[in-house]
Design a protein. Structure first.
Length: 221
């Protein structure tokens, strides 16, 4: 079985689980992210050495757990924001992968991630903006320009999160965080982009909407 086939099969299994947890909210959602954060922390501690790096991993995993829960807890728009995060990150990743291989061109940051290209980055971001507007439209009449701009920000953050995780792995001579997910590597390899987008999105939401309205604060401008 090819690596691409493994990636597709893994995504077909894990994607619906993530979406079901998001839809359910409450303890199933918390349990899903607790498991994800625990896996990320395990991978991080296996990857790095030194107390400073270990503390950074605890913070990294803690944010992985807390940010989605804070956003989902918003009764008005929590589900939509989580779905938008999934849509943006997944679209950025998938289109970036295929567009980068189809069009090639200049590398994005070859010293950190040799295979990523500017064509993939741009295609992923543009696609994420379109998909985000479509997803938001299913939930009501939101400002499409605002949704597209939010998606642009989240897509860029997702790619920066991916590059950051690649940089960490390069510091310790690793290609993947682990082999927990066939075709994808580790849990951290799959959630690095989501981590960055959820983290900054949560911060913006908290500043604008407070603890009980973080998703609304991010979404409604």
């Amino acid at each position: 079985m090819s690596n691409l086939t493994l990636r597709i099969v893994s995504a077909a299994v894990l994607g619906p689980i993530a979406l079901a947890a998001a839809y359910a909210g409450g303890w199933p959602f918390a349990l899903f992210w607790a498991a994800a954060a625990a896996a990320v922390l395990w991978e991080w501690t296996k990857l790095v050495t030194g107390l400073g790096w270990t503390i950074a991993g605890i913070i990294y995993a803690g944010v992985m757990f807390a940010a989605p829960l804070i956003l989902r807890a918003d009764a008005a728009h929590g589900l939509l924001v989580i779905l938008l995060l999934f849509a943006v990150v997944w679209t950025t990743d998938v289109l970036g992968y295929f567009a980068g291989r189809a069009f090639g061109g200049p590398k994005l940051l070859p010293a950190v991630s040799p295979k990523k290209t500017w064509s993939g980055a741009v295609a992923g971001t543009l696609g994420a903006m379109i998909v985000a507007v479509l997803v938001a439209s299913l939930f009501g009449a939101f400002n499409r320009t605002a949704i597209a701009l939010i998606a642009l920000l989240l897509s860029v953050l997702a790619q920066l999160g991916d590059l950051f995780e690649s940089w960490v792995k390069r510091q310790f001579g690793a290609k993947d965080a682990s082999q927990l997910i066939p075709g994808h590597g580790g849990v951290m390899d799959r959630l690095d982009g989501f981590w960055a987008a959820a983290f900054i999105g949560c911060l913006i939401g908290l500043l604008r909407g407070g603890l009980n309205g973080a998703a609304t604060g991010l979404l409604v401008w």
